[in-house]
Design a protein around this ligand. Structure first.
Ligand SMILES: Nc1ncnc2c1ncn2[C@@H]1O[C@H](COP(=O)(O)OP(=O)(O)O)[C@@H](O)[C@H]1O
Ligand SMILES: C=C(OP(=O)(O)O)C(=O)O
Length: 576
């Protein structure tokens, strides 16, 4: 057992871990090129065949290391691989790879699925979870508390039956969004025709529809461009009365019920958290959801207000602002600083701001979140075509790969899983593309100023060195955490190996499901540190997540000391 121990505070500030030598070293450890990957895959296939003949232990052959893994290249390969694994399991009665065979274990980038009419049944939630969903998102713009309650209860039921694969719950507030009203049936709008939006309630005819926002008439001006569903249709404002806005259709199409309305370049003058949102937030507190995604945040004040409210009711729920409002951009830094992460909500963002700004902002928001040690989710249109088609466009596949490369913690599915025809296929595509992209990445690329943001130098130093050690030795990392802090910190260093985060808090286990590379495991902590380590390694070995003879890096650090003197942090490398 190798050990690095520090028992006194470090005075000097941290070295920047993104130095060239670090990267060079990582490069050496994890060489990658397409050809070598193909060869590895061929060898892999061969070793699978050999395994069948020799009945040798198979855990090592289908190992977790991304570079030696059979990486399916198309979603169609996934069932084939699952069949293969099933075959091996049946042949050898071996369960040592059962956990690694789960998509949620091998992939580092997490998947958020919006639950809606296509997926709100027990069967579909179970299927989504098995296909790779890590977080279930409830969009409060749709449905009522009763329908969301059913979904929450189902996810909780799944979690109670699958302690090794828990799904986090994210409640997404409706926010001050402007939407058109309900229509008895969709209306076809043709370019050049006149169409009216009215603040009168309940109107839904061929030429006029209600808007859910009374100040709509005051906020828009003649000449403004109105975008429906982020630009799927557009109308230019021609004139106004005290309750209506007359427009001319520029780009026509089919107008359905409750569609997004944005004014190009403008945010609505509404508070970020509306009365309905407060009601939904309380519903989230009652149901102990894990995250709020807060729509249309414009400044940090609203985050402070929500956090104060949550503190006053003793609720441990993390807050993820959705960056989608033009007004939020000058305040990005303070908004993210006040929050637990951010969502790049590209739908509304690309409607309020010029569309060509979206990729640049995505990169900037991811970079900012990562440097501040906060979670970041990339959302909207990721596999949009799969709402109706069984395969994605190549551009969509690239989009997922870019988000993974940029270092997002999670990628999100919206309509694809909420009301699409192929929700499970969409999750499988996302899983496969993320996994394939991750296999091409060098681990441990840390944002250069992570240290300055976190100001907890001892924990950071240990997270950095644990990452270095595990990357050098090619090990997984085992960390014990009560609050999730150290697991989240390690995640931000993006080690190559999996971070097995043992926690004695179910809420922390669920929350950690969102974080890149973290595999959260619930375990009651023994009073004796050594016993707890042994139990953890035992559990990993039983589940086939580590195997005999393999090394693991074990980290004891973080804000709250567990089995250590106040100032003692350590990293150990152990042989299983
Ligand atoms: N809980 C729900 N109940 C009914 N329909 C839903 C629900 N959640 C999502 N949907 C449908 O899926 C679509 C895509 O989901 P999402 O992108 O989250 O919604 P939106 O863009 O409308 O805010 C929605 O426009 C809606 O038609
Ligand atoms: C995620 C988004 O928000 P919503 O789906 O809630 O409209 C978005 O606008 O990209």
């Amino acid at each position: 057992m190798a050990q690095v121990v520090s028992t006194r505070p470090i005075q000097s500030s941290l070295l920047c871990p993104s130095s060239r030598s670090f990267q060079n070293q990582a490069q050496k450890i994890k060489p990658y090129c397409f050809a070598s990957n193909l060869i590895t895959r061929r060898r892999q296939r061969k070793s699978l065949r050999l395994t069948r003949i020799n009945s040798a232990p198979i855990a090592a052959k289908i190992s977790a290391r991304a570079e030696t893994e059979v990486v399916p290249v198309s979603p169609e390969d996934v069932p084939k691989m699952e069949e293969k694994i099933q075959f091996l399991r049946e042949q050898f009665g071996d369960n040592s790879m059962s956990m690694w065979s789960k998509p949620t274990v091998r992939r580092k980038t997490k998947i958020v699925c919006t639950i809606g009419p296509s997926t709100n049944t027990k069967e579909m939630i179970w299927n989504l979870a098995e296909a790779g969903m890590n977080v279930a998102r409830l969009n409060m713009s749709h449905g009522d508390h009763a329908s969301h309650q059913i979904v929450i209860d189902l996810v909780k039921e799944y979690n109670s039956q699958n302690e090794d694969n828990v799904i986090a719950i994210m409640l997404d507030t409706k926010g001050p969004e402007v939407r058109s009203g309900d229509l008895p049936q969709p209306i076809m709008l043709a370019s050049g025709q006149e169409f009216t939006f009215t603040i009168k309630r309940g109107v839904g005819t061929a030429d006029t529809v209600s808007v859910n926002y009374d100040d709509f008439v005051n906020d828009v001006e003649v000449g403004d461009m109105l975008l429906v569903d982020g630009g799927m249709m557009s109308l230019v404002v021609k004139s106004k009365t005290e309750d209506s806005v007359k427009c001319e259709v520029v780009d026509g199409g089919e107008l359905k019920s409750r569609r997004h309305l944005n004014v190009r370049g403008k945010s609505a003058t509404l508070p970020s958290i509306t009365d309905k949102d407060w009601d939904d937030i309380k519903f989230g507190v009652d149901n102990k959801v894990d995250f709020y995604a807060v729509s249309f945040v414009k400044d940090a004040a609203v985050i402070h207000e929500l956090k104060n409210y949550l503190q006053s009711c003793g609720a441990d729920i993390h807050v993820i602002p959705k960056i989608e409002s033009a007004d939020s951009i000058p305040n990005l830094h303070s908004i993210i600083m006040a929050s637990d992460g951010a969502m790049v909500a590209r739908g509304d963002l690309g409607a309020e701001l010029p569309i060509e700004e979206v990729p640049l902002l995505q990169e900037e928001i991811i970079r900012m979140c990562r440097s501040m040690g906060k979670a970041v989710i990339v959302a909207t249109n990721m596999l949009e075509s799969m709402i109706v088609h069984p395969t994605p466009t190549r551009a969509e596949v690239s989009d997922i790969a870019i988000a993974v490369r940029e270092g997002a913690d999670a990628v999100m599915l919206s309509g694809e899983t909420a009301h699409g025809k192929f929700p499970l296929k969409a999750v499988k595509v996302m899983h496969t593309v993320a996994l394939r992209t991750e296999a091409s990445l060098v681990g441990g690329e840390t944002p250069s100023n992570l240290g300055q943001a976190l100001k907890n130098h001892m924990s950071e130093m240990f997270a950095f060195h644990a990452t270095m050690m595990s990357n050098t030795l090619g090990t997984s990392i085992v960390v014990f955490t009560r609050t999730g802090f150290m697991a989240i910190l390690l995640s931000h260093y993006r080690p190559s190996g999996t971070i097995f985060a043992f926690t004695n808090e179910k809420t922390v286990q669920q929350r950690l499901a969102l974080y890149q590379g973290v595999r959260p495991i619930y375990m009651q902590f023994s009073d004796d540190a050594e016993e707890a380590f042994e139990n953890a390694v035992d559990l990993l070995q039983k589940q086939g997540m580590v195997k005999e003879g393999e090394h693991i890096a074990l980290v004891q650090s973080g804000r709250q000391p567990i089995w250590r003197f106040q100032s003692t942090h350590n990293i150990q490398v152990r042989k299983v």
